[in-house]
Write a protein that binds this ligand. Structure first.
Ligand code: SF4
Ligand code: SF4
Length: 484
């Protein structure tokens, strides 16, 4: 274990030492401070000046808060640096486990034709767009090479239920092989629920498979976002949800929304629909700027600033619901707040540092192609195969996970050494997103001053800090942070 020089060996008595921290001006009056372990505090500009000049009153409340949160230490604080280092190690503890999430794209076929989709195929041609058993077997071999004890297997599409025979095959194969490996394995199917059947649900119950479903909001909005023959996507979702909850239990089905341009005026209505259908939270998700989403109406009039307006308005509505006694969580906030209030990383792949691409999640495409993330395969559909790490048919585990494209993207985008990120107060709760920045700016680091990802994180941070001036919101946010 690293040993640090006790401050009393070189600090004059009565002085204090600043520990490493970064700051961001919120406005003319207030400054946000954060340290490497993710501790965050808001102070006045005047207090910051006093602090760095070494003149802070040692008997004041601010001094105690800064000391308790490792922004400074006194000569007698023998363990301050060890504690800070311990928290930093905790923040990166997930790296030791390596890849947990394994996505199997079992088909590209889909019964929907969502405007923002870049991967689905309206095709009856099973051979061309379905994963074969041979491909699945090789992907399963790679899955069990992961050193992680806890593995999550997520089936994606297209609509994965169109190739349910393969899902059944993969679940049974993994379960059988796991008798020997003894991993903790969780299965999830990402589905619109439009094709859910009694047989499917019986299998899901037998193998404790969770469903992650798509709900974009009230019926008119959902159906406009998610066209299918009969314009009945929402009705099918509601019927499927009821059936699935009956068979699997209420907590086995979660829902995920996508914010299109048509959603931007509808935040409170979207939340009301989630409440009406019995959900206890929502993840306010922005649209990924890939492929068709950029070219269609889904994205028109839709920049990061507009999404942040939508986000703040909807978050305020959710806070007011809680104020009136309705318990409802905004899960995107909960993930970031968890990082702001603790040194524990909840492991959300899109907000990890180093990036979660490849090392937290890996994608096995229907044809055997292996991708660093779901966005990487969307990029491939746009003709850019930068983050295609290999093929289950041609490459072994070591070749795939040490592919130069992956390693250099992870290294180049690591926020503790990346220009701008390394000096940014939001760094401890931000993440690296080399795939997004490659897609938008042509390199894994990107130009942060023009980056929607960066603007969104800074904007959300400001929204949270402002909201927490209200003691009710500060307590609510702490509760959300503990929930994820
Ligand atoms: S349901 Fe999913 S895969 Fe199908 S078209 Fe919509 S976004 Fe694409
Ligand atoms: S991406 Fe932006 S918000 Fe995130 S750490 Fe880098 S500079 Fe800060």
């Amino acid at each position: 274990m690293t040993r640090f020089l006790p401050a009393e060996d070189y600090l004059p008595s009565g002085r204090y030492e600043l520990l490493p921290f970064r700051f961001e001006r919120l406005d003319d009056e207030r400054v946000l401070l954060s340290n490497m372990a993710g501790e965050a505090l808001t102070v006045s500009s005047a207090d910051l000046t006093t602090l760095v000049n070494g003149d802070l009153d040692r008997s004041g409340a601010l001094f105690s808060r800064l000391r308790a949160n490792h922004f400074l230490r006194q000569p007698e604080d023998r363990a301050a640096l060890e504690l800070l280092a311990l928290k930093l190690r905790t923040r990166y503890a997930r790296l030791r486990d390596f890849t947990s999430l394994h996505l199997f794209v079992v088909t590209l076929r889909c019964d929907h034709a969502c405007r923002y989709c870049q991967v689905s195929r309206q095709s009856a041609d099973r051979a061309s767009f379905d994963m074969s058993r041979e491909t699945a077997d090789r992907a399963i071999d790679l899955l069990f090479r992961s050193p992680n004890q806890a593995l999550k297997v997520e089936f994606q599409g297209g609509e994965p239920l169109l190739n349910f025979d393969l899902i059944r095959y993969v679940v049974l194969s993994i379960t059988e092989r796991n008798r020997q490996h003894k991993r903790d394995i969780q299965f999830v199917i990402t589905t619109t629920l439009s094709l859910i059947s009694d047989d499917t649900l019986a299998f899901c119950r037998e193998h404790r498979i969770f469903l992650s479903a798509s709900l974009d909001g009230p019926e008119d909005l959902h159906n406009a976002n998610r066209p299918r023959p009969g314009a009945d996507s929402h009705a099918r979702f509601v019927a499927g949800l009821e059936k699935a909850r009956d068979v699997l239990g209420p907590e086995a089905v979660s829902a995920l929304m996508t914010t299109t341009a048509a959603s931007l005026q509808r935040g409170p209505g979207i939340v009301d629909e989630y409440l009406r259908l019995g959900f206890h939270g929502i993840f306010l998700r922005h649209l990924s700027p890939y492929g068709f989403a950029l070219k269609t109406q889904s994205y028109q009039g839709y920049d990061t600033a507009r999404w942040l307006e939508f986000y703040e308005e909807t978050l305020t509505y959710i806070i007011d619901l809680n104020r009136s006694g309705v318990r409802f969580t905004e899960q995107h906030a909960a993930i970031i707040l968890r990082k702001m209030f603790s040194c524990h990383d909840p492991g959300y792949v899109d907000l990890m540092n180093p990036s979660g691409a490849g090392i937290a999640a890996i994608v096995f495409n229907y044809d055997g192609g292996v991708f660093a993330s779901d966005e990487s395969r969307m990029l491939m559909e746009m003709g850019d195969d930068t983050f295609r790490l290999g093929s289950v048919h041609e490459h072994g585990y070591d070749e795939i996970f040490s592919a130069p494209a992956l390693l250099s993207a992870l290294e180049d985008s690591f926020t503790l050494s990346a220009p701008m990120c390394a000096d940014c107060a939001c760094e401890p709760w931000c993440g690296a997103d080399p795939v997004y920045h490659h897609a938008r700016h042509g390199d894994p680091l990107g130009r942060k001053a023009e980056s929607g990802f960066c603007q969104r994180m800074k904007g959300m941070t400001r929204i949270f800090v402002k909201a927490m001036e209200d003691p009710f919101v500060a307590a609510l946010f702490r509760r959300w942070a503990l929930s994820c």
